[in-house]
Design a protein around this ligand. Sequence first.
Ligand SMILES: Cc1cc2nc3c(=O)[nH]c(=O)nc-3n(C[C@H](O)[C@H](O)[C@H](O)COP(=O)(O)OP(=O)(O)OC[C@H]3O[C@@H](n4cnc5c(N)ncnc54)[C@H](O)[C@@H]3O)c2cc1C
Length: 439
Amino acid sequence: MPAAAALPVAFTGEVLVPGSPGYDEARAVWNGAVDRRPAYVVRCADPQDVRAAVTVARRLGLPIGVRGGGHSAAGHAVPDGGLMIDLSRMAGVVVDPPARTAQVQGGALLGAMDAATQPFGLATTAGIVSHTGIGGLALGGGVGWLARQLGLLCDNVVGFEVVTAAGELVRASADEHPDLFWALRGGGGNFGVVTRFDVALHDVGTQALSAEVDLRAADGFGALQEWLGGAVDAPRPATFHAEVLAGGPLTLGFVWVGPPDAADPLVARLDALGTPLTRRVEPLSYLDLQRRFDLPTAHGRRRYAKSHLVAELPDAALTAFLAHADAEIGAASLMTYGGAIADVDPAATAFPHRGARFEYDAGAAWDDPADDERHVGTCRALAAGLGPWSTGVYVNAVAESEDAEVRRAYGSSYARLRAVKSQWDPDNVFALNANIPPA
Ligand SMILES: Cc1cc2nc3c(=O)[nH]c(=O)nc-3n(C[C@H](O)[C@H](O)[C@H](O)COP(=O)(O)OP(=O)(O)OC[C@H]3O[C@@H](n4cnc5c(N)ncnc54)[C@H](O)[C@@H]3O)c2cc1C
């Protein structure tokens, strides 16, 4: 029976099949290397549509993929031959300024949340690219420029509205299904389709500052060591970072969210690192900060990234990081954790990596499929250089869906996540993700 016929008459969304106008656009995701063909794309308009889609997929025995922003590099949103629940029509955000909360629909992008909250000087932690989906980001953790001040995005979700594997609509919060509430904050898309996130907002104002210097990578070791040495203990509005580009310079800098003048001492510290090739100190609005990387990270190119969380960066690890400058392709970054991320007990949510001090990412973008092996191989080889210091991997940065990597992502939360999975999704209906097998 075709899915469209099986959907209840009350279904208000749209169903696309191969050949339908818009089908190819609907199945395309951020990583241009992902080329899968769902049997049905079900574009839901409300939670009842999502319930119908889950029920129909189960009845027809189809694998389910859930598409938020489509940013999963592995393409988890797109089930080959299955039923894709496309949440792009459920992308609204409603702000309650006096209550300092927002209701964010499951298919909203970060840009929609920031655009809705910033007119009130409010925000909560989001990622650093505005076309990322709140769905995948929040369920895996959610790290961004506000995380050292406010914690991860998942730390700021106070309630979820979820369609479960049984096709029921339930709420999860500290008081309602607390086990599910725990698992949804770091356990990824394993437990259901989140149709609404209720998030806590904060008075962060609208101002930010970005300060960066470019140094010759070949003689940047001392500056890198000094800069990152002070990163975790820096004031919480600051997130220190470092980047190195194949054949390019070493960039050191920080992002500050708050009144720019208050960052002057850190700008002075950056300037004291030495005479740079170039220097950029730019006050900007928080909204512009959040859109700054949108173009370089646009949808459609072939992508690969490999990541580690690290607690220490001894000299040998810094040398391995700088080795990216001698590579032919790709780039790498280090971003600082700590602050409010580390304030949370590792067992309080399913995101266990509270002791991580830096996230390292090695990535590449290219267009010709013939170059796949070269780019993937180079990223993997260079990332292996940081392997000895890896304490785990952020679930939203898992590159390979192998069991060992997935276990590293869930770390000390893994056993409890399996127990919660058994309770809420014993048949592993939601399997297209960094998958937790039911216990
Ligand atoms: C350019 C770029 C920038 C990024 N920047 C950051 C960053 O700054 N900080 C950070 O923490 N991460 C960042 N990430 C990683 C990002 O958090 C993950 O890729 C995340 O999975 C993206 O979510 P999505 O909804 O866009 O992706 P999708 O591919 O749509 O979904 C990813 C996974 O989440 C599930 N999912 C999505 N929405 C829902 C929902 N409503 N209910 C249930 N399951 C759902 C999907 O089924 C899938 O398994 C970035 C990724 C990219 C590509």
